[in-house]
Design a binder for this molecule. Structure first.
Ligand SMILES: Cc1cc2nc3c(=O)[nH]c(=O)nc-3n(C[C@H](O)[C@H](O)[C@H](O)COP(=O)(O)OP(=O)(O)OC[C@H]3O[C@@H](n4cnc5c(N)ncnc54)[C@H](O)[C@@H]3O)c2cc1C
Length: 494
């Protein structure tokens, strides 16, 4: 059970409290909604409303729920250190907010904006209804450095090509410095009765009932403090080599900040400010390759905002008629999900995902390419699996990643660029440390055959203790033939 420590309320001087609605901005640092609520001058009621059904059809998956639980616990602790605490309510959000207003006499409500279609529609309705009821209701920019409508091309249209978006986005980079976290967040007076029966964090059932999350627990510490620790240690000790090492799954070359950024435990503005302090101009020199990835993140949100149908529909409409495979879909999909395709780099990635809730970007591209091009399984099936298993599952980034790799998105890789998992493994996991870690049954194979055990002579397999089809599967697909089949499928729609 999550323990709740005793609370020392810090009483506010104003008469009317303000509601601060936390969503995916689970931090106190650089939080514009919090800053605006503090400016109101009264007590602040920090609230999280549990209403996953309002995000349908993209309710948080199992790994995201796990993260959310611990991130909310961390946020509650931070709020308590400031003399307040997190109130947890159940949705529907509009009803919950209305009840809270009636019970506390709040006159204002602040939140930070999100960009997925379901949340946008819900928030617009809530804002309109609460304003009509006389509340001061305000949303703020916090999740992105630029709102999706702030960066447009000369014709006032959204960008569809990253290079042009990056040029405009990186030129525009400046803006306000991040807001520091407050030391005190005044709460309701101590003697005020607690309104209604409210759920506790544990009641939300975010944690799994069966114990599959050991790998997540061993890998991650959710919450704002951990996000800061990770960001600072990355910037001081690894950012300078990021450009060189970011593609290597066998090395800790990337920041692994994606779940922290997704849940808003650190703001992109804070991250950028830390980078500027350490490296100067973020769009030049050593910092540039990393800041460019933050640019991809903003591009993904730009696309999701302007093309809200893309989580399920290809941006390139020719792909609506793509001839996906019709046979053995379920069997192949299951082998891919379970890391049993018989293709080592792919299996290593899928097992890393299952075990840790994260996968290296290069390997994400390789496994997505195998699924959508070699196996001809619709990209939406892969995106769904990632959605349930990634701790950083993010509708904007996931949609962009899947559409880019399968060839149907904005700025997609040319269709004929089909990743060869053997060559990718030999190039980016040259000593095989990554494959050996996640596929220990292959650990004793020499490097020459590690990425393609099917090519190894029987004597080599025997020496390494590998019986193909017994200890490790035969490949579920022939890479060369399936590549040719994918190119033929492409010819039918291009
Ligand atoms: C098929 C596929 C699915 C993906 N699904 C997701 C997802 O659900 N959530 C997610 O956050 N990322 C997704 N990505 C993008 C990328 O793989 C991850 O952001 C990255 O691996 C996270 O690791 P990191 O924090 O160490 O990244 P770093 O290399 O340290 O990058 C820093 C930050 O930039 C952002 N970023 C990096 N690469 C990308 C990218 N290609 N597109 C958008 N943002 C990027 C992330 O917020 C990341 O934390 C996907 C990529 C592919 C190919």
């Amino acid at each position: 059970m999550t323990s709740i420590s005793p609370l020392k309320h810090t009483q506010a001087s104003g008469t009317h409290p303000t509601i601060l609605w936390f969503r995916r901005d689970l931090r106190l640092d650089d939080n514009p909604a919090l800053v605006a609520a503090l400016r109101d001058g009264g007590a602040i009621i920090p609230v999280y409303i549990h209403a996953p059904e309002e995000e349908a059809p993209w309710e948080p998956g199992a790994a995201s729920r796990w993260w959310l639980h611990w991130s909310l616990a961390a946020l509650d602790e931070s709020l308590r250190n400031c003399g307040n605490r997190l109130w947890i309510l159940r949705g529907p959000s509009l009803e919950a907010l209305r009840r809270l207003v009636a019970e506390t006499g709040a006159r204002a409500i602040h939140w930070n904006r999100l960009y997925d279609p379901a949340t946008r529609a819900r928030d617009a309705e809530i804002k309109q209804r609460l304003r009509a009821a006389g509340l001061h209701c305000e949303s703020h920019k916090s999740n992105l450095l630029f709102e999706p409508w702030e960066i447009l091309n000369a014709g006032g249209q959204p960008y569809r090509v990253f290079r042009a978006f990056w040029r405009a986005w990186s030129r525009a980079l400046n803006g306000r410095p991040p807001y520091p976290a407050p030391e005190v967040i005044p709460g309701l007076p101590q003697d005020r009765p607690e309104p209604g029966e409210r759920p506790r964090l544990d009641d939300l059932d975010l944690l799994p009932r069966i114990d599959w999350d050991q790998g997540l627990r061993a890998t991650w510490t959710p919450g704002e403090c951990a996000a800061w620790v990770r960001a600072q240690s990355f910037i001081t000790s690894r950012l300078a080599q990021y450009g060189e090492k970011r593609d290597r799954p066998d090395q800790p070359g990337s920041s692994r900040l994606s779940p922290h950024l997704h849940f808003g435990e650190i703001s992109p503005r804070r991250l950028l400010a830390l980078i500027v302090t350490a490296f100067g101009d973020p769009t030049r020199g050593a910092a540039e390759p990393y800041v460019r990835e933050l640019g991809w993140r903003e591009f993904a949100h730009h696309l999701l905002y302007h093309f809200p149908e893309t989580p399920t529909e290809p941006l390139d409409r020719r792909f609506s008629a793509f001839p996906w495979a019709e046979e053995d879909l379920e069997t192949s999909l299951r082998a891919w999900q379970q890391g049993r395709t018989g293709i080592p780099l792919v299996d290593a990635g899928m097992r890393e995902l299952w075990h840790t809730g994260w996968m290296h970007n290069r390997v994400r591209m390789v496994v997505a390419s195998l699924l959508t091009k070699n196996l001809l399984i619709p990209w939406q099936s892969g995106a769904r699996w990632f959605w349930d298993t990634l701790v950083d599952a993010d509708l904007a980034n996931n949609t962009l990643g899947w559409q880019w790799t399968s060839g149907c998105g904005a700025d997609a890789a040319p269709y004929f660029r089909i990743f060869n998992p053997v060559l990718q493994g030999q190039r980016f996991d040259p000593d095989g440390a990554y494959v050996r870690l996640w596929c220990p049954e292959l650990a004793r194979l020499p490097n020459k055959y590690l990425q393609q055990p099917w090519a190894a002579p029987q004597s080599v397999l025997a020496d390494a203790g590998v019986r193909l089809g017994v200890d490790y599967p035969h490949p579920i697909v022939d890479l060369a033939q399936s590549r040719a089949r994918a190119l033929a499928a492409w010819e039918r729609i291009r």
